[in-house]
Design a protein around this ligand. Structure first.
Ligand code: GTR
Length: 437
C-alpha cells in the first residue's frame, strides 16, 4: 500500500473515530439534560400503594403469625425485583483481632478486627473498627454502619488501618489514584461523633463499604460477589445481587463478628445505621437479617425510605442509570414505570417490624424526597400498631427541626443532605428509649 493511501485511510479512520466520540458525548449530554427532577408536590403522579398486608392476613385471628408469612412474601419480592438475591451457598466467617488500644483519653476502647469470609471459591476480608466505652460493665448496645471512604476517615487515631481497596476519587478525603492515604484521617469525623456515643454508654462499629464491594459498575467481578461464582452467574441474571445487597450481606458478617468475638458489644442489641446510599443499605440489612435489633436510615431517599411511586427528586430510572450496579436487573423494568412495581418502600420499612426503626430526612435534601420518606414511615407504622406498638406520633409532615420518637421514629433536620450531631443526638435517644430498655 502506498504511503499516500495509508495516510488517507488513517485520516478517514480518525474522523470516523472522532465523529463516534462526538456522538457518544452528545448522547450522554442529552441524556443528562433529559432528566429534570420533579420538585413540585402538585406534579406528583397519582398512585396507589401496594398493600402492607392482604385480606387473609387482615382476617387472621393471629395477626403476628399471619404477618410472618406475608413478611416472607414481601422479602422475596424485594430480593427478586429490586435488591437481588443474596447467596444461600455455604461460607465460613472468622474474626481476627488485629489491634486494640485506648482512645479518647482513656474513655474508650478501640479494637480492629479483620473479618474473613471463605467459600470454596476463595477468601475475602474486610476491616471492622469498634469503639466501646472503657468503663462499661458488661456488653453494651452498639451502632453498626458502613462508611464511605475508609475506617481511618471516621476518627483521628493514627493506629486505624488504612484500607487498600478502591476508593472514589475525592480530594478532600485524601484519595489519590483511587487509593486512600494518610491525608484522609478523620476527614469524616463530623459524621461519626464517637465521643458523644461512648459518653452515652454505647458502642459504635464501622466498616468501609468498598472493602465489602467497590462502588462501581464492573459486572460484579470483585468484592464479596467473587466468593459465589455460581450464585446467579453471569451479569445478565435478572435477580443477581446488586452492590446494596452485597453491602447489606457484609453488614451481617460484621454482626457475626460483633456477636461472637467482641465481648464488649451485646450482639442482640446492635442497631444498623447508614446515611444516603448506606441508609438504603441499612434498611435492607435490617430487613434481611432479623438479628439486627433495629435500623436507622438517614437521608436514604430513592431505593431507601422514599416511596418510589412519588417519583419526587431522584427516580427509579435516574438511579438505575447513574448507579446500574446498586440494584438487580429486574429493577430496570420499573424505569418510568413505578406503578408496575409489586412493592414500595413503606413495605420495606414494615419488614423491620416489630423492631424499632428510625427514618430521618433533611429539609433541603429534596433529591431524597423527605415527604416520601415520611409517608413511607407513617404508612409502615400500621404493621407496628397491629403488632402492639403505640401509634406513630406524627399526624402530618413536620416542620424542619421537628420529629417524634417511637418504635417508628421520624425527624426532619433543618439543612442539607448529611448526617451530623443533631441527627445523632436523636439516634442516641432512640437507642435509650427503644432498644436499651
Ligand atoms: C447520590 C444518589 C443518592 C444517594 C447519594 C449518596 O448521588 O443519587 O441516591 O445515595 O448519592 O449516597 O450520597
Amino acid at each position: 500500500m502506498s504511503t499516500k493511501l495509508s495516510f488517507a485511510l488513517r485520516r478517514q479512520f480518525l474522523s470516523a473515530f472522532l465523529m463516534a466520540l462526538l456522538l457518544t458525548n452528545l448522547a450522554s449530554v442529552i441524556n443528562a439534560q433529559k432528566f429534570e427532577p420533579n420538585y413540585d408536590e402538585s406534579k406528583v403522579p397519582a398512585y396507589d400503594l401496594p398493600p402492607l398486608w392482604d385480606d387473609t392476613t387482615a382476617a387472621a385471628d393471629d395477626f403476628a403469625a399471619a404477618w410472618d408469612g406475608r413478611r416472607l412474601e414481601l422479602l422475596g419480592l424485594f430480593a427478586e425485583q429490586m435488591y437481588g438475591q443474596q447467596p444461600t451457598e455455604a461460607f465460613q466467617v472468622s474474626c481476627e483481632k488485629m489491634e486494640s488500644g485506648e482512645s479518647l483519653n482513656g474513655k474508650a476502647l478501640r479494637q480492629q478486627y479483620q473479618v474473613n469470609i471463605e467459600t470454596a471459591a476463595g477468601k475475602h476480608s474486610f476491616d471492622l473498627l469498634v469503639y466501646t466505652p472503657k468503663l462499661s460493665e458488661g456488653a453494651v448496645p452498639a451502632f453498626l454502619g458502613l462508611n464511605f471512604y475508609g475506617n481511618h476517615t471516621v476518627a483521628g487515631d493514627p493506629e486505624i488501618r488504612i484500607t487498600k481497596s478502591w476508593c472514589r476519587a475525592t480530594a478532600d478525603k485524601g484519595v489519590v489514584d483511587n487509593r486512600a492515604t494518610e491525608a484522609g484521617r478523620s476527614t469524616s469525623a463530623l459524621r461519626w461523633p464517637i465521643e458523644m456515643i461512648v459518653d452515652a454508654g454505647y458502642g459504635v462499629a464501622t466498616v468501609y463499604c468498598g472493602d465489602i464491594d467497590p462502588d462501581y459498575d464492573d459486572n460484579f467481578q470483585n468484592g464479596v460477589h467473587t466468593l459465589f461464582p455460581d450464585h446467579r452467574p453471569g451479569p445478565q441474571a435478572p435477580d443477581r445481587w446488586g452492590t446494596i445487597s452485597a453491602w447489606a450481606w457484609g453488614l451481617s458478617r460484621a454482626l457475626d463478628c460483633l456477636s461472637h468475638n467482641v465481648d464488649e458489644v451485646d450482639g442482640s442489641r446492635v442497631v444498623v445505621i447508614g446515611h444516603s446510599r448506606l441508609g438504603k443499605t441499612s434498611l435492607w440489612a435490617g430487613a434481611t437479617d432479623e438479628r439486627f435489633a433495629g435500623a436507622i436510615s438517614n437521608d436514604s431517599g430513592c431505593g431507601g425510605a422514599a416511596l418510589s411511586r412519588r417519583a419526587f427528586g431522584e427516580t427509579v430510572e435516574r438511579i438505575n442509570t447513574s448507579f446500574p450496579h446498586w440494584f438487580c436487573g429486574n429493577f430496570k423494568q420499573y424505569n418510568r414505570n413505578e406503578n408496575a412495581l409489586p412493592v414500595d418502600q413503606h413495605q420495606l420499612i414494615a419488614l423491620l417490624a416489630p423492631r424499632p426503626v428510625y427514618v430521618a430526612s433533611a429539609s433541603q435534601d429534596e433529591w431524597a424526597d423527605p415527604k416520601g420518606e415520611f409517608l413511607a414511615a407513617k404508612t409502615a407504622s400500621a404493621v407496628y400498631e397491629k403488632l402492639g406498638s403505640k401509634p406513630f406520633a406524627l399526624n402530618a409532615f413536620p416542620q424542619p427541626g421537628e420529629g417524634a420518637l417511637g418504635t417508628v421514629s421520624y425527624h426532619l433536620r433543618e439543612g442539607e443532605h448529611d448526617i451530623n450531631t443533631w441527627d445523632w443526638e436523636r439516634y442516641l435517644k432512640f437507642m435509650q428509649t427503644e432498644v436499651d430498655r
